[in-house]
Structure formats: C-alpha cells, structure tokens
Design a protein around this ligand. Structure first.
Ligand SMILES: [Zn+2]
Ligand SMILES: [Zn+2]
Length: 658
C-alpha cells in the first residue's frame, strides 16, 4: 500500500487558532489526508506546537511565569481548536517533548560532525543590568532604514530583516536600559554551500507549486548566506557541544524536526516505522510567510543530513478580514473557538475552501460568508438533497425506486454522476481543493435543473416511470456527493449518510457505485440551513467592538505591496464625523475620474471643516474595507504616525504619483 506523510505547519504556542491559520494550512492538509485515506493509502498526518523562541520567552517573563506554562496553556487551546475543526491528525505533539530534544540534538550533532556547522565570533547586544545577551525580540529600537519601530530582528514598519546590532537607540525589552555590544561565539550552518544543489532541486521539481517555486528561485538568485543556528538564551534546546554552555539551538534550527519527532512519537505508540511514510511521499502544508524556511532552509538541512527531500510544499496565501490585514495585537481577528460558538465547523471549512484558490490571497467577510452559505450550501446542495429525500419519502414510500428505460437526459445525468469521483479526486490529488469542491456544487446545480425539468411532482401522477428514474438517479447523486464531500465536510456528510441509510465508510473509488433500487431511506431532515441577517449583524458588531486602534489598521502595508501601489492626487470634497468613533472622519475624495469614499483616522487632528478642500494623496487600490460598517475605498497618506495629512500643492486632481 502506498504511504503518505502529511504535515501542517507547526502552530506557535502563544495564541489560539484563528481563521487565517485554518485556511492556509490545517483545512487543506486535512482534506488531503482524508482523501488519501479514502483512496486506500496509508496516511501519517502529524503536527506539533512550536514552543521555543523569544516571543514565548518574553510573554512568560511579562506574565511572571515559566515559558513551559505559557506554551502548555496554548498547546491545550490549539489542540481543542484543531479537534473542533475536525483536523484528523494522527499525532499532535510538542517541541518541548523529550523525544524532540533528543532528535534535534542528534540532528545538530550529525551536521556538526559532517562539518556543516562552524563557529564564529559575532557582535551581539548585551544587557548589563539583566546580565544576558539580548537575542531577537529582546532588543527594541529604531530601524536604520526607515526610522520605524524595530523589534529584534525585524522592522515593524518597513518589514525589513535587521541584525540586532544595527538597531538605532536600542533598549532592553525587559529593563529598558541601553545594551552594550559584546562578542559572543555562535554556530553557523553552511547554507551557502547548498546553493547549487538547492537550485537544481527547485528547478527540476515539477511538484512544487508556482508560488513556492518562484519565491525560492528569487532567493536563490540573490545568493544564500550562512544561517546563524544558535542563540544565547535559556529557553530552548541546549546546543549539544562542550563549551557551548548557555547556548541553545535557534528555533528555526529545530522546529522543522517537530514533524519528525511527532511522527517518531506516533511510531512508538503504534510500532509502525515513520520512515517508510517519509520515504514514500512527504507533503508539507504551510502558510506563505514561511516559504523561505521550507523551500530553502529545511531542504538544505535535509541535504546536509543525507535525508530524502519532501515530495512537495503547498503554501496557502493570506486571509484578510473584512478587507483589512488580520492583526492579533489589534484584535482584528476571528478566533476559531469564537466562530464555532455560533456556526458549525463544516460551514467554516466549506467557506474557507470555496472562497478562493489556496494560492491566492483572499478575504473573509461576514456578508460573503452568509451569501455563500445561503446561496451555495443551502440553495444548491441543501435544496437538491432535501427535495430528493422528501420526494422519495412521499411518493415512493421512502424506497429508492426501480429504474427503467432511461432517456437521453437520464443517461447524461447518470454519466455525470459516475464521472464525479474521478474529476474531484484528480483536483484534490493536485492540491486544487477549491476546484474539486466547485465540481460538486456544479453537479448539484445540474441535478436541481434535471429535477425541475423532470417535474416528478407532476409525472408521478402521469408517467410514473419518469418520476421513478428521476428519483433513482437523484438518490445516486446524493450518495456520490456525500462521499466526495467527506474530505471537505466530514461532519455534515454523516447526516446525509444517515438519511441515505448507508455506512459512510466508503472507498473513494466506490463513491459512484449505485445504491440498489428498493433500498429504504432514513428520515429526511434539512441539512444545510440558511444564516439569518441578524446573526451576521451581531457577529459584525462584535468584531468591530473588539477592534483596538481602528484608525491605524490600514498602516500595515508590507514592503511587497509598495510596487503595486496606485497613488493619486485627490481633493477632499466632503467630510463628516463618524458617529461611533472619535478618531474617524468619513470623507468624499475627488480623484479625477470619480469620487471615492474614504474613512480616515484623522479626527483627533482635524475637524471636518479643516480637511475640506485639502489636496491630498490617496492610495486607491486597496481591497475594499469597512470601518464601523462604513465602506472605505482608499487610504490617505499621512506624514507621520500622528496622522498629519500629507497635502500637496500645484498638482492636478487625479494625477498619478510614482
Ligand atoms: Zn524599517
Ligand atoms: Zn535588561
């Protein structure tokens, strides 16, 4: 039996799961795992919480707790969230597990012995008051490139990667004093040595999706530098060498091995060797923010160790929320557990997959969620199933009628049903989960049309065989749909099987085997219900109520987006206060070809009268956003963080700015 090793990116144990995590990583991985099991393949699907690194250490210090307590708390929460979303992991472990320490230290040693790890003295910020080095987030200050807020190894404003010693006016995060620069011995991984080999692997690997391939090739073109693999801090896996006291393995030098240690833990429980799965076919599901780590760093580590490389890496792109980038610090986020208080997990799984292909950024909005649930799940899938089951119950005593003498239309419908599992399966096989799902709803739509055209409510009284053929085939589609929907909606489909009165344990390739005529159905209940307007209204109010710093939300534009920015000169032609907020103004801005509505967080600085007639610069190609329910179609540029508007003179309205 062929084997598949499936992983989803390790969630970092300093917060629960939100919709973005589920969309980019866990739901796609789970669909793939469930599909493969149904294909009769032997699947090992593992994950673990990533529990080292400075964010957890800092949080623990701030809470006056041990890092392990913080990580343990979130491990439990994340596990609960993943279970609640039916993520069918075979093992979910932690990177603080002793097994993981053992595997990581052995891995490090092997690379060291093979000569891929070398020592080097480097300069690091050191806090005298706290008597320690300040790795990563422990040092704060200003970015040398843009003057923005720099935290440890990266700038919050321009998004650039920084060396901690480059930071201007640095302070210790814990005691706020100025650190000094000291020398420290660290261990480096010879990543640069793998330039050629990686290039060859990426170029020749036809399985890698374009988003992963393109990013990786770009980095390879820029040339790889050696990676620092250790830190001076307490929280982490100790470097397993003599005279390396006080040093730990950098979190990215061991987190990947969480896939392996989780699998090894599973092997201990089951007695089955995980290596067989890895060597057959290993598939990683990740979010796009860690493509670099998985396409460059991880394969290089594996090459250095002498291990088979993964079959492919599937990277889910970002999910924004109501048109704005998600931000956990600003509470602009929907937590899985909150969502599941009102809706079931399958509805969420459906929406997040149907919404957009995995390889594209997309947006969660409450209205779009309601629309898809109502129009697609309830009106198309739900309606088809419900009318099929209730008609069979009403006119054929709840038994699948005997078919006879199919006409051309019946035959066409029959062949479409037979073809469904193959079509959907080949999409899932190629990680095109949305396309597979669309095929199912498309056929349900066709089924509804067929049902309408056949008018069984009339023909049952005239040419009863027409109605019998219609219901015979409709029940067969209900079954084929139920089977092919299992990977997408593992809970809801059970209800369909209950009504069909058959076992849900069906192999994918038998999805379209027809149920025999005369088979008796169970009770028919509506399966997909509509979402009411007031439910959506409540959810939206709740979301906006929790949002902190609403006026700064749109500041977060990443460096990648600058090239694509469309800036125009505009004139403010209307301005009023937003009632619910003391920070926001609702503006109408003339940008030449049209007027757009912009919500701007400038009310603390300007009255509506003061902004009126100002010539401003507007970013016009943002995804549509809403603030307090008010549509905002652009963003005004400010000169500083205090929201002083950037105004221009001698410019034509509508002029493009480069
Ligand atoms: Zn910067
Ligand atoms: Zn300090």
């Amino acid at each position: 039996m062929s084997k598949v090793f499936i992983t989803s990116a390790l969630p970092y144990a300093n917060g629960p799961c939100h919709l973005g995590h589920l969309r980019s990583t866990y739901i796609p991985a789970d669909i793939y795992a469930r599909y493969n099991r149904m294909k009769g393949r032997d699947v090992l699907f593992v994950c673990a919480t990533d529990e080292h690194g400075t964010p957890i250490a800092v949080r623990a210090e701030q809470e006056g707790k041990q890092p392990i307590e913080v990580a343990g708390r979130y491990y439990e929460m994340i596990k609960k969230d993943l279970d609640a979303c039916s993520i069918s992991l075979d093992n979910f472990s932690r990177t603080t597990d002793p097994k993981h320490y053992e595997i990581s230290q052995n891995f490090f040693l092997k690379l060291y012995e093979k000569g891929y790890i070398y020592e080097k003295i480097i300069k690091q910020p050191y806090c005298k008051k706290c008597s320690r080095f300040l790795p990563d987030r422990y040092v704060e200050g200003k970015c040398p490139n843009c003057g923005g807020e720099a935290r440890g190894d990266h700038c919050e404003t321009c998004g650039r990667h920084l060396e901690p010693t480059q930071i201007i006016e640095p302070t210790c995060l814990i005691c706020k004093t100025t650190p000094e620069i000291r020398e420290s011995k660290q261990y480096f991984f010879e990543l640069s040595k793998f330039q050629e080999e990686l290039n060859e692997w990426i170029q020749s690997n036809d399985q890698l999706p374009p988003n992963v391939k393109n990013y990786a090739l770009q980095w390879l073109k820029e040339g790889l530098k050696d990676w620092i693999l250790t830190r001076d801090m307490e929280w982490g896996i100790p470097v397993p060498l003599e005279d390396a006291e006080g040093k730990i393995i950098y979190v990215w030098g061991e987190a990947f091995l969480g896939y392996i240690s989780s699998a090894a833990q599973w092997s201990e429980k089951t007695g089955k060797p995980w290596e067989d799965y890895w060597n057959d076919k290993a598939v990683h599901f990740i979010g796009k923010d860690i493509i670099y780590h998985h396409s460059i760093f991880w394969p290089a580590l594996l090459m250095a160790y002498g291990c088979k490389l993964p079959y492919t890496i599937i990277a889910g792109e970002y999910l924004s929320l109501e048109g704005m980038k998600m931000s956990t610090s600003k509470n602009w986020v929907i937590w899985a557990s909150d969502f599941l208080e009102t809706f079931d997990s399958d509805t969420l799984r459906y929406y997040l997959i149907a919404n957009a292909p995995l390889t594209r950024d997309t947006d969660f909005s409450w209205e779009d969620f309601q629309r898809r649930v109502n129009d697609e799940l309830a009106d198309v899938l739900g309606n088809f199933l419900h009318r099929t089951f209730t008609f069979t119950t009403r006119f054929f005593e709840g038994k699948i009628p005997e078919p006879l003498d199919f006409d051309e239309y019946d035959k066409e419908f029959e062949s479409k049903i037979k073809a469904l599992p193959g079509i959907v399966g080949s999409y899932i096989e190629n990680f095109k989960f949305r396309e597979g799902l669309i095929e199912i709803t498309k056929l349900a739509k066709y089924g509804n049309k067929y049902f309408n055209d056949k008018e069984p409510w009339k023909t049952v009284k005239t040419t009863k065989q027409t109605a019998a053929n219609c219901l015979y085939l409709s029940n067969q589609l209900a079954k084929a749909m139920a089977v092919t929907l299992i990977p997408y909606m593992p809970v809801k489909t059970l209800e369909i099987f209950k009504t069909l009165n058959i076992n849900s344990d069906i192999n994918w390739d038998n999805a379209a085997d027809f149920i025999a005529a005369g088979h008796e159905l169970g009770e028919a209940n509506p399966i997909f219900l509509k979402v009411e307007d007031d439910v959506i209204k409540n959810e939206k109010e709740e979301l906006y109520k929790n949002l902190k710093d609403v006026e700064t939300m749109k500041d977060e534009i990443s460096i990648d987006d600058f090239a694509a920015m469309d800036l125009r000169v505009g004139k403010v032609v209307g301005a009023e206060n937003v009632k619910k907020s003391d920070n926001l103004l609702k503006l109408m801005v003339d940008i030449g070809e049209k007027q757009i509505q912009v919500v701007a967080g400038v009310a603390k600085k300007y009255s509506p009268e003061e902004v009126l007639n100002k010539t401003v610069i507007v970013l016009v190609n943002l995804p549509p956003a809403k603030l307090f329910g008010i549509k905002s179609e652009g963003m005004l540029l400010a000169t500083d963080n205090n929201m002083s508007l950037l105004t221009v003179e001698d410019a034509d309205i509508g002029e493009k700015i480069k």
